[in-house]
Write a protein that binds this ligand. Structure first.
Ligand SMILES: [Zn+2]
Length: 359
C-alpha cells in the first residue's frame, strides 16, 4: 500500500474516534468494572483524635452541637482546632470550643509573625505563647506561610530555621506542648507543569498552587530539618507526613534521626492508599510516630481514611481526584497500630486530652 493511502486510512480512523476524544482529561471519570468485596467503614474501629482541623473563632454553639453529633457518628472523640490564633482571638476560640463540649475539642495557638526581625520579637513571641497556653491553648500550630511568605521588617523571607524562633520552641519544650508545623507543599508544585507532573490536574484547577519563585522545595525541607535538629526536646508533628508520603524510606530516616518528630496523615491518604505492602510495614514500625489528621472538615470524607487504614479492600475510589488520579487499597492495619494512630499518640503528646474517652 502506498504511504499516502495508508495515511489517508489512518486519518479517517482518527476522525471516526474524534467524538470520544473531545473529552477533557479533567472530565474523564471511568467507572471501575472490577468486582470485589467492598467494606465501607462509616465509623472508625476505635475512637479517634483528629489532630488537624480548622474552625473559626465564631463557630456558633448550634454549629458545635452539630459537629459533635457528626463526630459521634464517625467515632471521632476529639477534634483539634489548629486555627486558634493568639491573644484575644485565641481566648475567643477557646471559649467557643471548650465551654460546652470541653472534652471533644482542643485548640492550638498560632504565632504572631508581625514584627519578626525586630530585636524584641523572639521574646515577645515566647511570652505570647505562654499567655495563650494559660488561656487554654494545648499546642502550637505553624502555618505554611512561615518559610514561604512570612517576611521580616527588611522584606527578607524568614527561613524555617531562623534563630528568632528559638525562644518560642524552647517555651514549647518547657511547657511540654507539641508543635504541629506545615512546611512546604507537595514537591510536584515546584516541578514543571507538564504531562509528566503527577499533580497536573490540581495545578490546572488551582494554578496559584504552582511554585515558581524561591525558596525551592529542597531548600525548605533542609531548613526544616536543621530546625528539627536544633530543637531535639520539642515534640514536633509534621503536617501531611512532612510531604514525604511518597518516599517512606526517606521519612523513616528522618524519624530515626529525630526521636521526637511525628507526622500526621492529613490530606495525604492518597499516598498510603497506593502502597498496600510497604505502607503497613512503615506504619507498624513507626506506629508511635504517626497521628491521624484530616485537615478540611467534611464528615463524608472521614470514612475513606477508616477504610484505607482498617480494611483490605481493593481499588476503591478516593474522594478528591485532583489529589490522586489513582484508586485506593486498604492497608488492613492491626488493632494496636490503629489505636496508636487514632488516639494513643495524640493523648501522649497533647496535654489535656481526656484519656478516659478512649478506654
Ligand atoms: Zn491544615
Amino acid at each position: 500500500m502506498p504511504v499516502t493511502r495508508a495515511l489517508a486510512i489512518a486519518g479517517s480512523l482518527l476522525c471516526a474516534g474524534a467524538v470520544a476524544q473531545e473529552l477533557r482529561v479533567e472530565d474523564w471519570d471511568p467507572r471501575s468494572t472490577l468486582v470485589v468485596e467492598e467494606h465501607p467503614v462509616p465509623r472508625a474501629k476505635f475512637p479517634a483524635v483528629d489532630v488537624h482541623s480548622h474552625h473559626g473563632r465564631s463557630t456558633s454553639p448550634e454549629r458545635l452541637d452539630q459537629i459533635v453529633a457528626e463526630m459521634d457518628a464517625l467515632n471521632l472523640a476529639v477534634l483539634v482546632n489548629l486555627s486558634g490564633g493568639h491573644g484575644d482571638r485565641l481566648r475567643d476560640t477557646v471559649r467557643a470550643f471548650r465551654s460546652k463540649h470541653a472534652k471533644r475539642f482542643a485548640v492550638f495557638a498560632n504565632p504572631d509573625f508581625s514584627g519578626i526581625g525586630s530585636p524584641g520579637w523572639p521574646q515577645r513571641a515566647a511570652w505570647q505563647l505562654e499567655a495563650d497556653v494559660r488561656a487554654g491553648a494545648q499546642g502550637l500550630k505553624i502555618f505554611k506561610n512561615f518559610g514561604m511568605s512570612v517576611r521580616d521588617q527588611a522584606g527578607r523571607r524568614v527561613p524555617v530555621d531562623d534563630p528568632a524562633m528559638d525562644p518560642l520552641f524552647q517555651t514549647c519544650a518547657r511547657l511540654n506542648i507539641p508543635v504541629l508545623i506545615h512546611v512546604a507543599d507537595p514537591a510536584e508544585f515546584w516541578a514543571e507543569h507538564d504531562r509528566r507532573n503527577e499533580r497536573w490536574l490540581e495545578l490546572k484547577l488551582r494554578p496559584r498552587r504552582k511554585r515558581t519563585a524561591p525558596p525551592s522545595f529542597q531548600e525548605l525541607i533542609e531548613e526544616r530539618d536543621r530546625m528539627l535538629a536544633r530543637h531535639p526536646d520539642v515534640n514536633f508533628i509534621l503536617a501531611h507526613m512532612g510531604w514525604h508520603g511518597h518516599d517512606l524510606k526517606h521519612l523513616g530516616k528522618l524519624l530515626d534521626a529525630h526521636p521526637k518528630v511525628h507526622v500526621d496523615l492529613a490530606a495525604v491518604l492518597y499516598e498510603l492508599g497506593r502502597i498496600p505492602f510497604s505502607g503497613p510495614e512503615f506504619l507498624n514500625r513507626y506506629k508511635d510516630r504517626v497521628l491521624f489528621g484530616k485537615d478540611s472538615y467534611a464528615p463524608s470524607e472521614f470514612p475513606y481514611y477508616w477504610r484505607v487504614l482498617e480494611t483490605r479492600d481493593e481499588y476503591f475510589e478516593y474522594y478528591r481526584r485532583y489529589h490522586a488520579h489513582w484508586r485506593m487499597y486498604g492497608l488492613g492495619l492491626p488493632d494496636e497500630t490503629l489505636r496508636h494512630i487514632y488516639w494513643k499518640n495524640a493523648v501522649r503528646l497533647i496535654p489535656g486530652i481526656d484519656a478516659s474517652l478512649f478506654e
